[in-house]
Design a protein around this ligand. Sequence first.
Ligand code: GDP
Ligand code: MN
Length: 391
Amino acid sequence: MDIHEHQAKDILAKFGVPVPRGYLAYSPEQAAYAARQLGGAACVVKAQIHSGGRGEAGGVRLCRSEGEVRDYAGDLLGRTLVTKQTGAAGKPVHRLWIEEATDIRQEIYLGFVLDRKSERIMIVASGHGGMEIEDLAETDPESLVRMVVDPAAGLVEFQARELAFKLGLKGPQVGQMVTTLRACYRAYRDLDAMMVEINPLAITGTGDLVALDAKMSFDTNALFRRDQVAALRDPGQEDPREAMAADNGLAYVGLDGDIGCIINGAGLAMATMDMIKLAGGEPANFLDIGGGASPDRVVTAFRTVLADPNVSVILVNIFAGINRCDWIARGVVQAYQEVGLSIPVIVRLSGTNVEEGRAIIRKSGLPLLSADTLAEAAEAAVASRPHPVAA
Ligand code: GDP
Ligand code: MN
């Protein structure tokens, strides 16, 4: 789960990372008021969206007057920002972070990630920050410093100091870097984060370190024990289809095609998507309904798939082990009655209680297409699209 920059800064500041003063604004008036509160000759207006690359996309601007802040805020709020990371759909701007301007002398990159190989938290840093880590790795790989932290000892001072020296920091900057690194490490560990990134960590005109940007993302499997982190979720930044699925406990990933899929098991879901592609179609989603799915759960899966306006046909493919084909079939019939389906539905059932399931489908009198094999089901789905895409 991602959070906003201002939330990440708030968290990291509590752990001891130096951040600029700033205020949140939901309207141009609040933005102007925030600028007045900050005082000073200039401030930075920053769109809060769950994405980096805002600077290049016009989502970050240095403003020199209250009027400029108000105008720019009015221009940004309600807009959708498309960055390198958002995909074509972009992310909506509903809040702004207004921050005191910083005199930047140098930009440092600082990232904390989970290194799956060593099963430890790894720090990645570079003295040439500002650009994205992917670009850094390509254009300036020698500048990257990597360090793995031993979980038993935590990030100890000498190790943090060594990293500071490798980045060429001097004098009081070393102590500030040690504080910053250890604060990030503790925030990462104590809050079950998956990623902490400060880019840029600026060296200011007075030689001090300050985090100008902050990004954190969290392990969704640990949110049950991190109420305060879970509360930071902003569904407005999520794909509405995926947000709805997550609220209903369904494993769902939205895709670009028009064939909606309701399947049990991630492996079968992947195989079904492959078969759809082989038959010349494009899946609209990945959806794993899980085991022991009740008829109600099937209806919820239908609602989730149908929330995507691109869906023009639905393929239900169940290989029932823990699941029961009769429950699935009842769910499909129920979905017809409750949701009022007007698009073709192909059902392929096999496994536990398959005869009962097929009987329910047959006797329902509904225009459901039955298929025996996965290949047949995929072909039927592709063939029954109302507006087949020309190959
Ligand atoms: P991102 O593009 O989404 O990663 O957003 P950032 O918060 O990193 O901002 C983009 C760029 O704007 C940074 O790399 C900085 O160069 C610049 N920037 C951000 N805050 C300030 C500031 O307070 N003063 C100045 N002069 N530049 C800033
Ligand atoms: Mn940044």
